[in-house]
Design a protein. Structure first.
Length: 123
């Protein structure tokens, strides 16, 4: 008899990323406290994002993998949306840096799968 499977950690992780990016962009839009209504999505977004990240961890995704994906996708989306919404410039060095972050997270994710596979073989 097999144990019931846990729900997938991916939907709450993707929503957590979207909330974190929204909160960060709202923080930029608030311009300190010049536009204080933007602070509402900041608080809601960061709170919701961290709550969902805790659900992701509870569903069994390793913390290094979950946080790495959350942070890397957040960096990429925030940088791109900062360019689109706020006319912030991304230089070639920054683009290479973002690529390095993404590559690093992919390697962490790949390493976690290899470790899971070797643990299953040893069980």
């Amino acid at each position: 008899m097999t144990a019931p499977s846990r729900p997938s950690p991916w939907p709450p992780l993707l929503i957590a990323i979207a909330l974190e990016v929204t909160a960060t962009l709202s923080l930029r839009a608030a311009e300190g406290v010049t536009h204080p209504l933007w602070l509402i999505p900041v608080v809601v977004g960061y709170t919701g994002s961290l709550w969902l990240l805790s659900i992701v961890l509870d569903r069994g995704m390793p913390v290094g993998v979950a946080y790495g994906i959350w942070a890397a996708i957040g960096v990429v989306l925030t940088a791109v949306m900062g360019t689109v919404l706020f006319d912030e410039l991304l230089g070639s060095v920054q683009i290479v840096g973002i690529g390095a972050i993404v590559l690093g997270v992919l390697l962490v994710e790949l390493g976690s799968h290899k470790r899971e596979q070797s643990a299953e073989v040893g069980a």
